[in-house]
Design a protein around this ligand. Structure first.
Ligand SMILES: Cc1cc2nc3c(=O)[nH]c(=O)nc-3n(C[C@H](O)[C@H](O)[C@H](O)COP(=O)(O)O)c2cc1C
Ligand SMILES: [Fe+2]
Ligand SMILES: [Fe+2]
Length: 401
């Protein structure tokens, strides 16, 4: 029991070791679901991954009969939570399903059911059944665009969806009883929530108005001993703190075999550094760990990437750098590319295009130099860096508009 009237009907997936391709989990995970008992019947919150359906239905049947379930709330439609929904709907055909408006257009694609009996809900909408009131909270992008949370007023329970989740299975279920899952809580945040920090802060604003005694997420331990500790951690991780106050950071990353691209990078660094409100950094990508790439990219408003062309392509560390962007918020970043080449020189163009598709603003054409840069070409690199720095600072954008 999560509280006097709230039952845990989640299942464990103790053997899973890779989740959603990008996450490792040494302790497996859980797919959490809940049943709320009211004086007028039950509200069921979320389902589980399809292959665990049998356990899920056994758990429901041990608590109530299917016709006592009046409503179903789906906080998130990812298959790890909606897998058992089609079968649930067959068993409970008359229950109305509550989803967020954003979920409407994926509902049919994910359940393959026609004529679904559903209603959309968002922040400030309530569901009252018997003696219980569930308040809905829109929390988009945490983890998918349709994800929402809800709050059970009488029991002070926040059903947070993927927010505050961990891929961590321990059959003792509650945070005060399970082993140390803090590493898993942070790892989950880094992979699922970090790209959407602004959305996390918006969700926290909604949660701040609630008196939360228990956080019941969709994965991992239910948090009842100190919910505020976990809320504070999310706030701390999502708040952008700059050591440099109002100055913006431009980071220049390069790889080089014969130092040609490096020479260009150094001149660009000088150009950027000469812009007043900008701090320039320069990094040789061949000696930068992915973990550090992430932190640097995150704090940089401007990102310049220097790459030679090798066999018609940019070398692997350059693609790895851009691969990291999957785990970061891209809003408001400015990008640019440059490099030395021998004969075809397509690498900086490829990086330019890649940054564009990652939603960077890429205002300048790539600067390419054939083989060893001349003094004039190095001057051009200085000018390129300076102009880039000014654009990041906002000045050039205003002038060119
Ligand atoms: C293995 C190898 C493959 C290369 N392939 C290309 C190529 O496909 N197109 C091109 O324009 N230059 C190519 N180059 C030339 C380099 O881009 C050129 O030497 C450049 O100046 C190297 O810059 P760096 O000193 O910054 O590494 C190649 C060089 C090497 C060593
Ligand atoms: Fe998810
Ligand atoms: Fe999930």
């Amino acid at each position: 029991m999560v509280s006097k009237d709230v039952y845990y009907i989640g299942v464990s997936d103790s053997d899973i070791r890779t989740f959603d391709i990008i996450m490792k989990t040494s302790n497996g995970t859980t797919y959490n679901a809940y049943l709320i008992k009211t004086t007028d019947g039950f509200i069921l919150l979320d389902t589980v991954k399809e292959e665990f359906s049998n356990t899920f239905f056994e758990k429901i049947e041990s608590i109530c009969s299917y016709d006592e379930i009046k409503y179903i709330v789906m906080h998130h439609l990812e298959p790890d939570h909606s897998g058992a929904l089609p079968e649930l709907v067959r068993r409970v055909p008359n229950a109305k399903i509550f989803i967020s408006p954003m979920a409407t257009n994926m509902f049919k694609s994910i359940t393959k059911i026609d004529n679904m009996n559903f209603e959309t809900v968002w922040t400030n909408k309530n569901l009252t059944l018997g003696d219980k009131t569930l308040k809905f909270l829109s929390t988009p992008n945490l983890h998918w665009p349709e994800t929402m949370s809800s709050y059970l007023v009488e029991d002070k329970i926040l059903f947070s969806g993927d927010v505050f989740g961990s891929h961590y299975y321990d059959n003792r279920v509650f945070d005060d009883l399970v082993g140390d899952f803090d590493y898993s809580f942070k790892y989950y945040y880094d992979h699922i929530m970090r790209p959407f920090k602004s959305d996390v802060l918006n969700a926290l604003k909604l949660y701040d108005s609630l008196d939360i005694a228990i956080i019941a997420p969709l994965h991992g331990p239910i948090i009842r001993s100190n919910p505020q500790k976990y809320i504070s951690l999310y706030r701390q991780w999502s708040t952008k703190e700059s050591k440099h106050h109002d100055k913006k950071i431009v980071s220049i990353f390069y790889v080089t075999s014969y130092k040609n691209t490096q020479l260009m990078a150094q001149k660009m660094y000088e150009g950027v550094e000469d812009v007043n409100n900008i701090i320039a950094n320069i990094y040789d990508l061949s000696a930068l760990d992915e973990h550090n790439m992430l932190d640097i990219l995150e704090e940089s408003t401007g990102v310049l990437i220097g790459t030679p062309t090798i066999n018609g392509d940019a070398p692997k560390p350059v693609w790895e750098l851009l691969g990291c962007m999957m785990l970061l918020e891209k809003k408001g970043k400015v990008g640019g590319s440059f490099g030395s080449f021998g004969w075809s020189g397509e690498a900086p163009d490829m990086i330019h295009q890649r940054m564009k598709s990652l939603n960077f603003r890429v205002p300048m054409n790539p600067l390419k130099v054939k083989l060893i840069p001349t003094i004039d070409e190095l001057e051009e690199c200085y000018g390129f860096g300076r102009e880039f720095g000014e654009i990041v600072d906002g000045k050039m954008v205003e002038m060119t508009l």
